[in-house]
Structure formats: structure tokens, C-alpha cells
Design a binder for this molecule. Sequence first.
Ligand SMILES: [Zn+2]
Length: 765
Amino acid sequence: MKKHRSGTNRRGFLEQVTTLNIMAAVTGVSSVRYHDADQGQETRIPWYRRTLRWAQTNITEIDPARYDIAWWRRHWKRTNIQGVIINAGGIYAYYPSKYPLHHRPEALGGRDLYGELAYAAHEDGLVVLARMDSNRAHEAFFNEHPDWFARNAQGDPIRNGEYYVSCINSPYYEEYLPDILREIIERTHPEGITDNSWSGLDRDTICYCNHCQRRFQEKSGKDLPKKRNWDDPGYRDWILWNYERRLEIWDMNNRVSKEAGGPDCLWLGMNHGTITGQCRQFRDYKSICKRSEIVMLDFQSRSDRDGFQRNTEMGKLIHGLLGWDKLIPESMPMYQMGRPTFRLSSKPEPEARMWMLAGFAGGIQPWWHHVGAYHEDRRMYRTAEPILQWHKINEKYLVNRRPIATVGVVWSQQNTDFYGRDNPEELVDRPWRGFTQALVRARIPYLPVHVDQIEDDRTNFSVLVLPNVAAMADRQVDAIRRFVQSGGGLIATGETSLYNEWGEARPDFALADLFGVQGGKSFRGVDESGSRLGDTQHTYLRLIPELRARVYGPHIGNEPPISGERHPVLKGFDETDLLPFGGSLQPLTVNDKVNVLLTFIPSFPMYPPETAWMREPKTNIPGLILNESGKGLVAFLPADIDRRFANDNLPDHGDLLANLVRWAAKGDIPLEVEGRGLIDCELYQQAGRIILHVVNLTSAATWRPPVHELISIGPLHIKLKLPPGGSAETLTMLVSGKTEEIKSMDNWIQFVLPSVLDHEIVLLE
Ligand SMILES: [Zn+2]
């Protein structure tokens, strides 16, 4: 099919894409071609670049008897979706498979429910992904092929409920599943395949089946590890071997699918929305994103620890690996998913809405999800429609954008695995969560940066944050050093760089020279379980210089005049000489040239109150060290303020982290927002346009889902820096619909958002 493009600008191009979507869909082709009049070349838009709204009705065993296809087709239309995910095979086959062990639910009889739905979807112009769940099988299957299933150390089959867990190293994955994929593709020609549970057993269980024993021996020359032991090189080999195997499966399934269905027939394992989750399942996010054209994200809810901003952040993190020109549809449940889960009850509308909108702000595409084809709580059918309607109208502003941020927060999966080991939540996730929450709270735009992409992204950032990135390879350390040498700012916390890539202790911080310290060996005081980290102890940090003491010496009386000046990173703390801490610190030797701004005050009793006085009011143990290294500013926080902020939510900790970022960035932060409320701010760029997302996170349930009602905030006074050479004359608000003329001054633009209920998107053109 050919189509001539009429518009010349980006908007015209994107509108063209949308039109083509519809045309391609109507004709049932999975990719379209059109002639680009300006470029004079043909451009091909495959389904995985243009399917922006998705739907999934997860079919239960009894649904074949009650699936009202006509009703769901109307619902597809009402919600403006462009692609559907339809259960095809795996644990259950929803079509008459020629493979007798491919278990069909009783209610299916001879019906081809999957085929009927795939046909209807194609007829409606929708993209079809056939859903698989390859992780388990029924007893009859196990009885036929007992050697295709995972075994524990005693040789017993590993079960999950009534099902048997298939082994990823067995012919179940190498022969049987490829046959099923070919059968599904040949019967119905779906655009692709997606698998909900494709990566086999998770890290907690070692499979001792014959296939695993033989293959691991061939690969490593070793026997399978007897137990979890992160210090055992054999166990580490087993971890890496498992990661490799998942990538082999990814590649193998893609080969099979493309051979059967053509080059655009992709196989897409679903991926999780946390790095810890990906680690547990041996899914190497970086390598997966490198080989995939689209990520099907299975991240359905927030926890009590997380706000909606976690969804925004996950979109940014995955785009950082995948590229910003690709899509990340995310399964968004319309039922009460999370804690607690009620599959058949509607998720409170504000909770579902905010999860979706927060996803949009991070470049995620909507994919509504129901479990079961019939519901007595029909409220869940109302949630998606208005949001997807809005999405359709504004889709061109929600994809194909480049983020604008001067702060990069560094992460690595290897740090979660080999430093986090059995306690990644405490050791890795909380420092991350605390630091990024401080940035959100301060309205400082940031991007997650994979530690191996620092070199690629180096010029984009003014400052890099390493929140307890303890396990680092030498080359990663060198990349950080080069970033600082070239004038970049650095903030590192806790045990950053104190371990090598295997999580083995180094003699000192690998970045000791940048931090301006020595003695990392004695600093390490974290016990193996990490339990000490989680507790909040009765400790403090002393601010240096002490403003009162400087004037009076040890003082008497409550209100002496305050004199002296704090360093800018201690802004806002003029009336205190100490901050609550909660953590524990070990001594470190600091170099002559550094500036120590916080020192540790050890724990002393809280109870009874008569005993609550400092036994040791002053130590030389540093809590915050500032250093200048070449042109770059470095802040090292031995004090785990980021983890403390995640644990204890004290505003002082958030303020301190934000102050440090502003200082290390030398003021290079493109956004300033004044006004009340917790908001997430994301900045993007398209040709001739700046896009600002503001997501209102303020509610009575900010930290305890589900949110019951939305609370409007505003006015917000916004100051935004245009990129070099940028200009803007008009401002459009995509939610409230307001438009106004604007003027820029010295490359900055100022405007007011009168109010924000759920979110707002501001276009500056
Ligand atoms: Zn096995």
C-alpha cells in the first residue's frame, strides 16, 4: 500500500501514521508502506511501532461457554484500542490443537475461541498478539514426558499448585513449544506472540533435572550448585548461565515465530516493572531491550512503598535501554490488582486512572486488562474509555519524544544481583527509591541511566547520582571518573564502588580519589542480612560549621543570635546544628582538601526521657564530604540519607538530597516549579515543541493504594528553560484545553498552571 504524505511537519507525519494505522488495520496487513514526499524514500511502519492502545481479556477456563464476542468487539471500539492480546496456548489451549497434550479446558469442547477472536480482531482492523503461558503443564503431560519437567535435589518433580513446572532446558522448550508457536501462527496469522511466564523457574529454585545437570556441566565443567552461595564461583556461574539461557529462549522463539509468520512476527516475553523482579527471573533487561522492537510490560500495580511515579520511572528506565522511538505497552488492570487482589472487583477508578496517566508521562502505552470475559462488577468497563479517548486525541504528543533532563540516576542489574544478593530491597532498592523520591519531590527532572551507558549518555547530563551502587566493575568506575574529569557533577552514597562486579569487597572505595577519602575497608559495617540498615537508630548528624557554637562556644540559653554562613548544600538548615539521621557510620580518613559538612553523632538512649542526652556530641566520622575533582563537583554521602528517606520520609533528608543535586549540577536544572503538592514533572522534546507532563500525586493515598479520590492542586508557577536555540510562542494545555501566548526571557519561559486534578500536559511551540 502506498500513501502520499501531505504535511511537512512532525505533526503531519504523526497524523499520517495514525491514518495509516486505520488503513492497515482495515486491510489486515501487519505493516504498511508509504512514500515520504519530503525524504523521497519509502518508509515502512510495522505494527510494533504504530499500535498505541491495547486490550486484553484474559480467558478463564469457563469463558468458552459464555464469551460474548459481539459485546467485547463493541468494547474494543469504545475504547479505541488498536491491538488485542488473546489467550491461545500454553497451560491451556483455546483452540483445537492437533497436539493431544496441549490441554483444552472442558468448556471449550470443539470450539476455536482463540481463532474466532483473532478473526474478529483482524476483521476490526486490530493487531493480534497470541498469548502463551509456557511455564507449566497438566499432569497428563507430565506423565507422558516426565523428563521435560523441573526436579528438585531429591529428584522429585517441582509443582506449582496442581501443575508441573516445565524445565527451560528440556525438549518442552526446544521442540514442543516451537511446534505450538508454528501451529498458532499458521492457523490465525497473529502479528506476534507474547508469553506471560516464559522464563521458567525463578532464582529461588535450582532445577536438578538431567538436562540441567548435563548442560551446566558442558558449559562450566562443574556440577550444579548444591545451594545458594553468592561467594561460590560455581553459584555465580549458575546465575550467569541462567541469564544466558533466557536470552537463548528469546532468540529461539523469535526465530521460530519469524520463520512461521514473517519478519515482523515477533515473539515477546513479558517483562516485569522492577529490576529486582527481573533479577529473580533471570531476565537481563539491557540485553532483552537490545534484541526487542517493543517491550510488553507486565507491571500492574504499586505497593505501599511506591507512588504512581514508579510507573513513570519504569517507562523512562526501559526507554533508556530500548530507545525512545519504540513502544512499551503496559498491562493495566481494570480489576483490583495489587495488595489486595480481587480479580472480579473493579479497581477504584482514581487508582486505575492515575496508574495509566503516570505511565503516559514515562512514555508507556495503555493496555487495559480484565480477567475473565464476564463480570458482575460492571464499573470496571467504564474506566478505560475516557482515558483512551483522550490518549487517541493526543497520541502524537505521547510517543516519539526525547526526554530532557540534566540529572542521571545510575543503576545496574549486576548491582542488584551481586551486591543486593538476598536482600536487594534494603541494599539497592531503598537507596534508589529514597533518592529518586527526593528528586520528584523537588521537581527535578531525572532519567535512570544504566551504568554501562554512561559513556553514551555522558554529554547529556550535568550530574550523575550513584545511590549505593556498590558493585562496580573497573570499567564502570573508569567511566564515572571520565564523566567527572570532563566537568560532570557526581553524588554517591553509602557503599558505592566498595565492591567489584561480583559483590566481592575491594580494599577501598574504587572511587576513593573522587570521594576524597581513604579507609573504605573499615567503613564497611553492614552485616550480611542487612537487618541493621532497616532499623532506624537514635543517631544524628552534626552540621559543620555549627553556627551557634562558633559564636558562643558551648552555649547556654535557647535563642542566641545566629551567625556565620552555611554551605549551599545545607540551605534551609540555618536554625539547626543537627539533623536526625537513623543510620550508622564507621570512621573514614578524609583528604586535606575536602569539605566535611556533616559528622556522625552516635546512638544514645531514647527512653526514659531523662537519659536522652548525647553521650558523644561530636566525632570526626564524616557523613557528607564535598570534593572538587578537576572541573567536576563531587559529593559523597557515607551517611545513607537516601535509604533513610525511603524508610523514614523525613523532609530534612529529602531537602538535603535535592540541595546536593542542585549544587553538583551547578544550577543546570531546566525546570523550577513553585506551588503546593507532590507532583511528578517530565520534560520532553519533539521537533519545534517542548512537552511538560505534570502528574498530580497528591492524595490521601499517596503512600497507601488505592487512592479513593483525586484532590486538585494549583496554581503552580512554572519556570522552564528552553533548549539551546529553542523558542516558543504559544502554550497549549492538553487536559484543560487552554491556549495562551507566551514570551521567553533569556531562554526561560514562565507560566502558571491554574489547577491540576489528575494530570496536565503543556505544549510549548
Ligand atoms: Zn532442568
